[in-house]
Design a protein around this ligand. Structure first.
Ligand SMILES: [Zn+2]
Length: 57
């Protein structure tokens, strides 16, 4: 599964829980950007996703 964002082919490893929209699963990079919005919770779905979030913080 790859990230559904435009022009992005990284693996989707983080599920975003978005209060005003359906949950979506995106790559770590997009999760970091989208996760900065109020109320959004980023939930890494794999150990690899967790690692990516840690590495890129
Ligand atoms: Zn992405």
């Amino acid at each position: 599964m790859t990230c559904p964002e435009d022009d992005c082919d990284r693996p989707a490893t983080v599920e975003l829980h978005i209060p005003w929209a359906d949950n979506r699963t995106v790559c770590a990079a997009h999760a970091r950007v989208l996760g900065q919005q109020d109320g959004v919770v980023a939930d890494p779905k794999t150990e690899r996703g967790d690692d990516l979030l840690e590495d890129e913080r």
